[in-house]
Design a binder for this molecule. Structure first.
Ligand code: GUN
Length: 288
């Protein structure tokens, strides 16, 4: 009997559905005489990939009627000048969300930037207060990629309760928070990383596999349990092409559901940034 091919997640279509709901909310706010939510993005240095990501985020904002403000600082800026900019944005009542694009140039500590950001405007969910809230199950702002992953799984009715979920990667922005969110959905979660022994044996047990290791096509077809939901977070430039952490062509013949290397998780990450900005706006202006 021939096996059915995996459902390939259309992240753009899911994202568009959510973005049109957000656009409606902005219209309602306008009718009520209120200003739209405002996201402020900060780019330090001139990394072309970061500049392009920032553009995508700003475009997504303006398309749904959010305000979007950009600050660019040179790569050789002092950390204290970045912190001063953030403090100004914290004080600005018309700024709801602050996002400093990562990675940062050498000499500027991502942790210092996260700690300087007002937790109420921390749409990346990286401030230790928001990370602590997530861990302790309290409401707070949660990193966007993990939120997008859970939304993809929910919208495809993947049963997370009691499922074995394996996360490859342990970053503060994806690996750790997505593991905690999966745990909140009652999955049995295993975190793997570069020092995990016999990684393939662990991933073969996964009903839900999240690959967030930053290593091109490391997850092979025979690492996947037949029928599993495979979420590929990787964006690795190889010979001018962006490839995921999963060998998509091999994996799609084994998985039950899979995100493609482009148009999968990415559009959902940006959409969750918009959702976080609206949440920050609503809790700051008490307008929900
Ligand atoms: N660089 C790559 N992904 C992200 C993200 O989600 N947030 C920020 N601030 N920088 C990133």
């Amino acid at each position: 009997m021939e096996r059915q091919q995996a459902i390939v997640v259309d992240g753009k279509a899911l994202a568009n559905d959510i973005r049109s709901e957000l656009a409606n909310r902005v219209t309602e706010l306008g009718r009520a005489g209120q200003r739209p939510p405002c996201l402020c993005v900060v780019l330090v240095g001139d990394d072309p990939a970061s500049a392009s990501y920032i553009k995508g985020k700003q475009r997504a904002c303006t398309r749904i009627g959010f305000e979007s403000v950009e600050h660019r600082l040179p790569a050789n800026v002092r950390e204290r000048d970045v912190l001063a900019l953030i403090e100004g944005l914290n004080r600005d009542p018309e700024v709801d969300g602050i996002l400093v694009q990562l990675p940062l140039p050498a000499g500027i500590r991502a942790e210092a930037i996260a700690e300087a950001t007002d937790p109420a405007k921390d749409v990346d969910g990286l401030h230790p207060i928001n990370a602590g809230r997530l861990l302790s199950g309290q409401p707070g702002l949660v990193p966007c990629t993990p939120l997008g992953i859970i939304e993809i799984l929910k919208r495809h009715e993947i049963d997370m309760q009691g499922a074995r979920a394996v996360v490859i990667g342990r970053s503060a922005i994806v690996g750790k928070p997505v593991g905690i969110l999966l745990l909140q959905q009652h999955a049995t979660v295993t975190f793997c990383h570069s020092r995990t022994r016999d990684l393939a044996a662990v991933t073969r047990e996964a009903d839900i596999l999240v690959a967030a290791a930053g290593s091109a096509r490391m997850v092979k077809g025979d690492w996947i349990k037949p029928g599993a939901a495979v979420i590929d977070v990787g964006v690795n430039p190889i010979d001018g092409v962006l490839v995921g952490d999963v060998d998509f062509d091999a994996a799609k013949d084994v998985a039950g559901l899979i995100t493609p290397p482009r148009g999968g998780v990415g559009p959902m990450t940006i959409t969750m940034l918009l959702c976080n900005t609206l949440r920050a706006y609503e809790s700051r202006t008490n307008s929900s």
